[in-house]
Ligand binder design. Structure first.
Ligand code: ATP
Ligand code: MG
Length: 384
């Protein structure tokens, strides 16, 4: 009797016409996630099965698979011969020997000599004869023994459904560029968009040497955590140090953040177009901070010419974002106290409703194109 992992997918079914395409990408993403762990993954009657793995790798495999978007639930099951005695042997391993239980059976092989109801009833009786402290409860049992009779004389027996990440397989909805900071919000924004099937690349702006090596490490760590969901194993970084110095020296301090953000968006759009990304993604949330007013967003939008900007957190409260950050595993890293570039040269009173006329007047004091070119010369690609 060996163990197998059953993988079930959900929303893919909605895409009737393109189902093959979605399934192929889902398959590839699972292969990529499992990586070096020895295993054999194959398609089986509208789901996937994994076998050929070592017992000690199961926990790690589950951890990785739970981050693959498109996966609805998974189960670790025993694969046995389909006669009732063999099934019973597996059922006794799956089931605790006290509390209440029921058996739920399914026949993939309709030629099996018993109906599903008969299998459940008979097997239930056999389990009771072994575990005397168990009781049957078909409505609200403490545990359920699932039996799946398959073609070819085998059965799968399991007791648990483990929730997956749901969503759509990454790579089925184009590519976007996430502006990733060291904060709580942007990794959550990237996760949400990746969940809808988009391949999310990451770009981070730093102000080295005003920000330190630890601040960079923090973003590398966040991008790595995110890569377990997106499969994207790289991070782009660009220095905005000189841009910040120039703004600081020549422009009104209250417009520092607004002006810096316009540079970031310009650079991000150009980089996105170079890597064939089709949108920018940010972690902005309306009214969260001074720069995240609708005026602030309009000011950033107006320098992005070709691409849409996705702001999946726009209507979220901070607490809702924190909950998600905790769930996806980025929160602990995000709250490490290293400075982000936006906090360098931070004015005491940033403009809350910056006027475009003022912004343009301040920007005219700067060599915008020259500074952007110079920033691009600092572009780095970090392999995660
Ligand atoms: P976060 O928690 O994501 O840092 P925040 O609440 O600190 O967000 P801001 O600092 O105003 O808000 O940033 C808003 C968005 O701008 C971020 O979510 C991110 O998408 C982008 N951003 C901010 N700083 C950087 C940076 N240093 N590099 C790349 N993108 C950034
Ligand atoms: Mg921030």
């Amino acid at each position: 009797m060996k163990k197998v992992i059953i993988i079930r997918y959900a929303e893919l079914f909605l895409k009737k016409k393109n189902r093959g395409y979605f399934e192929r990408i889902f398959f590839e993403n699972m292969e990529k996630a499992l990586g070096e762990i020895p295993h054999v993954l194959h398609k089986n009657c509208g789901r996937y099965l994994i076998d050929g793995f070592a017992e000690e790798d199961i926990d790690e495999m589950i951890e990785r698979l739970k981050k693959v978007f498109g996966l609805h639930t998974l189960s670790v099951a025993y694969e046995t011969a389909s006669d009732l005695n063999s099934i019973l042997e597996a059922a006794l391993l799956v089931c605790d020997d006290e509390g209440t239980f029921k058996v739920a059976s399914h026949r993939g092989d309709k030629r099996y000599p018993m109906t599903s109801v008969e299998i459940s009833r008979t097997l239930g009786g056999m389990i009771l004869s072994k575990y005397h402290h168990l009781k049957v409860d078909v409505h609200t049992p403490d545990q359920t023994v699932y039996v799946d009779i398959r073609e070819g004389g085998t059965a799968l027996v399991f007791g648990k459904f483990i929730d997956g990440a749901n969503g759509m397989p990454v790579g089925t909805a184009g590519k976007g560029l996430l502006l990733i900071s060291g904060g709580i919000d942007s990794p959550v924004a990237g996760h949400m968009i990746a969940k809808r099937g988009m391949r999310v690349e990451c770009l981070h702006f730093h102000s080295y040497p005003y920000t330190n090596e630890q601040a960079k490490e923090k973003v590398v760590e966040l991008a790595s955590t995110l890569s377990a969901y997106t499969g994207v194993k790289k991070l782009f970084t660009v220095s905005v140090t000189h841009i910040q110095e120039e703004i600081h020296e020549k422009c009104k301090p209250e417009l520092m953040i607004t002006l810096l953000r316009r540079f970031m968006f310009r650079i991000a759009e150009r980089h996105a177009l170079r890597i064939d990304a089709q949108c920018l993604i940010t972690g902005e949330s309306l009214s969260q901070v001074a720069s995240q007013t609708i005026e602030g967003m309009t000011s950033s939008n107006s320098v992005v010419e070709k691409l849409p900007i996705l702001r999946p957190l726009v209507g979220f409260d901070k607490n809702e974002i924190i909950d998600r950050a905790v769930k996806i595993g980025t929160y602990e890293t995000s709250i490490l106290p290293y400075e982000d570039c936006c906090t360098v040269f931070l004015p005491d009173f940033p403009a809350i409703r910056p006027k475009l006329r003022d912004i343009l007047a301040e920007e005219s004091k700067l060599d915008v194109e020259g500074l952007i070119q110079e920033a691009f010369s600092t572009l780095e690609k970090i392999e995660l």
